[in-house]
Design a protein around this ligand. Structure first.
Ligand SMILES: *[C@@H]1O[C@H](CO)[C@@H](O)[C@H](O)[C@H]1NC(C)=O
Length: 199
């Protein structure tokens, strides 16, 4: 297992299909780029239920085969390759909310790479780095959800203790951030899930 430098830059890169569906396929950690660290979703198709088992790490439960080194972070009880992401183990390190209203435009609009840094005070250990995108463009109250997890190892001497949640469970099916109609003159939006922890 490769070791990621602490406070290294983490980037999830997505691959898009002709229909505008996509998966997050590649993780860049510092100077290491890896598709093998990502538990590859089998298709680009979204799922729709934020309370389903797929919310954890999509529907591929096979461990990734490599770990170099963002949005939610889950600390594995021991070896990350052996962990399915269950339990109250997750905290959020980044989010991309609304950039402007009327019409609503999200900060993630047309981004194909999502960059963040590992908070300096993150305790060392093996983690799943998970990215989730809740697409609201159908305007029907039914979201399209895209999730990937990658296996990483965090080094350093961080001693932070962020509050943790379970996935699924951390967002209710009727959360306004999941069922919002962006074509209905929306004037406020709160990214669902826990608050961002920056150490
Ligand atoms: C916007 O704020 C109102 C009033 O607090 C709330 O009922 C609604 O759910 C919010 N909408 C979103 C999309 O967060």
């Amino acid at each position: 297992m490769k070791v990621a430098a602490l406070v290294s830059c983490l980037v999830f890169v997505l691959a898009q299909s002709a229909l505008g569906h996509y998966i997050f396929k590649v993780l860049v950690a510092g100077d290491t780029t890896s598709g093998k660290a990502v538990r590859q979703p089998p298709t680009v198709e979204p799922f729709h239920d934020i309370t389903s088992a797929a919310a954890t790490c999509n529907v591929n439960t096979a461990p990734a085969t490599e770990a170099p080194s963002p949005s939610t972070f889950g600390k594995a009880p021991s070896k990350v390759a052996d962990w399915d992401g269950s339990g109250q183990a997750w905290f959020k390190i980044a989010e991309w909310g609304v950039a402007s209203y009327n019409p609503v435009k999200f900060k993630s609009y047309q981004l194909s790479e999502f960059d963040t840094t590992v908070p300096e005070n993150t305790p060392p250990g093996e983690y799943l780095a998970r990215i989730e995108q809740i697409a609201l463009h159908l305007g029907t109250g039914v979201p399209e959800i895209f999730v990937s997890c990658a296996q990483i190892k965090v080094t350093g001497s961080g001693t932070g203790n962020p509050a943790k949640v379970s996935i699924p469970g951390y967002i209710k099916a009727n959360d306004p951030g999941v069922i919002a109609n962006i074509y209905n003159g929306m004037t406020n939006y709160t990214v669902p899930g826990p608050k961002v922890w920056r150490g």
